[in-house]
Write a protein that binds this ligand. Structure first.
Ligand code: GDP
Ligand code: IMO
Ligand code: MG
Length: 430
């Protein structure tokens, strides 16, 4: 039995939600292993749209177990609101189909405060975060002062946790000119939310192990993308977790051997939301057209996404750093009707040609894309469900992408709809 990890191979919003939903038909357990409700994963099933932030995308299918792993940072109030919203859409969420790892750290209102205070104070130097408290929550996890899901079960433990947490935050807030935390209010909020979260909590690592031993298929759902990875992304314009495949093991409690296939999700062009370097960014009509045709507005914050041609340098790099075995190429249909298409094949840095993104921020800001031009196609690929339906030039584009990134296309996606998907190589059979 093969277990598959789905990760974004660009700057997020590559279509992970659609692919995880599609693949989860053949999976038994779907696991989120990092990030939090900064993620916005869109599923379209028979025209009905589901937007998920913290719940694994497998939740919409009955008979599957969805797991929120310990690598996630969890805002309990946001999760409950999401459960209510998806339940209103006809998707039941109960402890039978949702399990939360009890060692998952919580995002508290003070984390969201801090995220927003810092972003405002940074002015032009802001990161452009989703403002959800993700970074501050991960800081507290590493700083060993988080409140974790299991702590909700015991008032005394909560008191001890708050002692340590508030000593840190009150000092920080003082420096930033913010009021100290109202401890009694926070305690009351935690005690109120505890009985609504705890029924879902358990030792996820044991449940995952049991499923694995029984030969069940496990599908790991990454959030964000490799270029937002805390180590390998465009630091500091990144998110605060490892977004790459390796995190699936530590973020769930399974060993690295549990992962058999890494599927990188790759958009047929490039987008980014938030600040930071973007060598192939377009500021012309083509960029605008990509954004309009691709409906490139953030699922979480509604911000307009920045757009550019496909950057093969970046994807070749992220396929390497993330150990990607095959990619799912999405939004090919957005390229329909362009007379010509460009692909970034290398960068020029101070007169020299280079084939990777340098780490130094000053160099990242100076690299200039070198493009190759390919003919476009006038036919439509939108909604294609077989390779045979694709125009010859579209196939050539896909083949060129594979060649440049050094990684095969396992799946093609041709519209937001679940079934407008072409399987080339089955990741579960790999
Ligand atoms: P995620 O964060 O990686 O799950 O991606 P998002 O859901 O934030 O953004 C991807 C957007 O593209 C969503 O609106 C999807 O419905 C849509 N989408 C996914 N695959 C395709 C595709 O192949 N073609 C088109 N046109 N849209 C797609
Ligand atoms: P999905 O899972 C795209 C970006 C933010 C910002 C940076 C840091 O839908 O692909 P954070 O709030 O995480 O501290 O913000 O990361 N970002 C995303 N961009 N897709 C996402 O998730 C993102 N999650 C965070 O815009 O630049
Ligand atoms: Mg998204």
């Amino acid at each position: 039995m093969a277990n598959v990890v789905v990760v974004g191979a660009q700057w997020g919003d590559e279509g992970k939600g659609k692919l995880v939903d599609w693949l989860s038909e053949r999976a038994d357990v779907i696991v989120r292993f990092q990030g939090g409700h900064n993620a916005g994963h869109t599923l379209v099933i028979d025209g009905k749209v589901y937007k998920l932030s913290l719940l694994p995308s497998g939740i919409v299918r009955s008979g599957k177990l969805s797991v929120i792993g310990n690598g996630v940072v969890l805002d309990p109030w946001s999760l409950l609101a999401e459960i209510e919203k998806i339940s209103d859409q006809g998707v039941p969420v109960t402890p039978d189909n949702l399990l939360i790892a009890e060692n998952t750290p919580l995002i508290l209102p003070l984390h969201q405060d801090l995220d927003q205070i810092r972003e405002t104070a940074a002015g032009k130097a802001k990161i452009g975060t989703t403002g959800r408290g993700i970074g501050p929550a991960y800081e507290d996890k590493v700083g060993r002062r988080s409140v974790r899901v299991a702590d909700l079960a015991d008032r005394d433990t909560l008191q001890t946790r708050l002692d340590r947490l508030l000593a840190h935050h009150d000092a920080l807030r003082k420096g930033l000119g913010a009021e100290p935390i109202d401890r009694a209010k926070l305690m009351a909020e935690l005690l109120e939310v505890a009985p609504r979260i705890l029924p879902y909590a358990g030792p996820a690592w044991r449940v995952l192990d049991k499923n694995r031993r029984q030969g069940k298929r496990i599908l790991f759902e990454g959030a964000q993308g490799a270029l937002l990875d805390i180590d390998f992304g465009t630091y500091p314009y990144v998110t605060s977790s490892n977004t790459q495949s390796g995190m699936a093991a530590t973020g769930s409690g399974m060993g690295p051997g549990a992962v058999d296939f890494v599927l990188g999700i790759v958009k047929a062009y490039t987008t980014r939301v938030g600040e930071g370097p973007f060598p192939a960014e377009l500021f012309d009509d083509d960029g605008q057209r990509l954004g309009e045709r691709g409906h490139e507005f953030g699922t979480v914050t509604g911000r307009q996404r920045r757009c550019g041609w496909f950057d093969s340098v970046l994807v070749r790099q992220t396929c390497t750093t993330g150990g990607v075995n095959g990619i799912a190429l999405t939004k090919l249909d957005v390229l329909d009707g362009f007379e010509e298409l460009k692909i970034c094949v290398a960068y020029e840095l101070d007169g020299k040609r280079i084939d990777y993104l340098p780490t130094a921020a000053s160099q990242q800001a100076r690299v200039k894309p070198i493009y190759e031009t390919l003919p476009g196609w006038s036919e439509t690929t939108a909604g294609a469900r077989s390779w045979g339906e694709l125009p010859a030039q579209a196939i050539k584009y896909v083949r060129r992408v594979e060649e440049l990134i050094g990684c095969p296309v396992a799946i093609l996606s041709t519209s937001p709809e679940r079934d407008d998907t072409i399987l080339v190589t089955d990741p579960f059979a790999a």
